[in-house]
Ligand binder design. Structure first.
Ligand code: F6P
Length: 345
């Protein structure tokens, strides 16, 4: 049994925990592993390196991915790339692939399984927590902790200067990161892509709290928030291989609106890729490890075309067909709870 692994899409704390767990579980079953470099690009080019259980033992503490990543989409040039990928797989003598990634990476895995009967198992990953069929994705917990630490620091400047600080988080078109970070940092207001922006209400809350004696304000804004007159805000004109725009900049717009409407000095901070960097939290290390073990077990049992997932406390699996293609937006129940703190003073 020779099993390949790849990591695709944005890097994410916990990826190395998954790699380590797959390698260990396959090793325990008498098989060997190789890592395909930089996502589907490495799969197409057949760029592989051996992965040993002992050498990967300590990577659990490292952020990013030791395999490198890319947003390469083999289906962008299907006629050229897919046969090349299948040929590379054969040439390397591989028996299965564990693809670790978000909806794009797993969407490719799904097509390869359905159209080519490719022996693949998927592991869901994203800081955005927007994949269906799984309660949480690893990376999300680390990410909200990074936002929380950043906001705790920004609070001191906001307080000292009697300002409003607007913190723009990642999360694409789902408000998980913003909502959870807003709760964890006692934000005065949070804006998420799932709901229309209510500038008037937000400013009323900020003004009321100032009047009541709170000299500063904190507003958390998800990068995917849409403005009534401008839609969502992009930071670059180009799209990636999967057609995604580059979001970024809505925090500045919101800060401008707040300052003009309330007269309170307001600054915006875009946390950007800081939110994906550094070592994973304990939660993400454990979740990544559990998902990796179960993905390897699916491979050992030849249960291909599946994605491992967290449901409650259990690791389960779903068919890739069921698991990919639908973005899981924020469960608004969390927002209704957060809102207890976004009212009046
Ligand atoms: O999907 C993860 C994510 O970090 C999003 O939150 C963000 O919009 C996007 O990736 C940024 O992508 P890139 O690293 O290509 O700029």
């Amino acid at each position: 049994m020779k099993v390949a692994l790849l990591t695709g899409g944005g890097d994410c704390p916990g990826l190395n925990a998954v790699i380590r767990a797959v390698v260990r579980t396959i090793h325990n079953a008498g098989g060997e592993c190789v890592g395909l470099q930089e996502g589907w690009r490495g799969a197409i080019e057949g760029n592989a390196r051996p992965l040993h259980a002992l050498e990967t033992d300590e990577i659990i503490a490292r952020g990013g991915t030791i395999l490198g990543s890319s947003r390469t989409n083999p289906y962008k040039k299907k006629e050229e790339s897919v046969p090349k990928l299948l040929e590379s797989f054969k040439r390397l003598g591989l028996t299965a692939l564990v693809a670790i990634g978000g909806d794009d990476t797993l969407g490719v895995a799904r097509r390869l399984y359905e159209e080519e009967q490719f022996p693949v198992v998927g592991v869901p990953k994203t800081i955005d927590n927007d994949l269906s069929c799984t309660d949480f994705t690893f990376g999300f917990d680390t990410s909200i902790n990074i936002v929380m630490e950043a906001v705790d620091r920004l609070r001191t400047t906001a307080e000292s200067h009697r300002r409003v600080m607007v913190i723009e988080t990642m999360g694409r078109h789902a408000g998980w990161i913003a909502c959870f970070a807003g709760i964890a940092t006692a934000a005065d207001f949070t804006l998420i892509p799932e709901e229309p922006v209510n500038v008037e209400r937000m400013c009323d809350v900020l003004l009321a709290r100032r009047k009541a004696g709170k000299p500063y304000g904190l507003v958390v804004v998800s990068e995917g928030v849409t403005l009534p007159d401008a839609g969502f805000i992009t930071s670059a004109a180009e799209v990636d291989d999967f057609g995604h725009v580059k979001l970024g900049g809505v925090g500045d717009r919101i800060a401008d609106l707040i300052q003009r409407r309330t007269g309170i000095e307001t600054r915006a901070v875009t946390l950007g890729h800081l939110q994906r960097g550094g070592p994973p939290s304990a939660y993400d290390r454990v979740l990544g490890t559990r998902l990796g073990i179960h993905a390897a077990r699916l491979v050992i049992n030849k249960q291909f075309g599946q994605m491992v997932a967290l449901r409650g406390l259990k690791i389960v699996s779903y068919s890739l067909a069921d698991a990919v293609g639908t973005m899981r937006t924020l469960d608004l129940e969390f927002m209704r709870e957060a809102e207890e703190f976004y009212k009046g003073v």
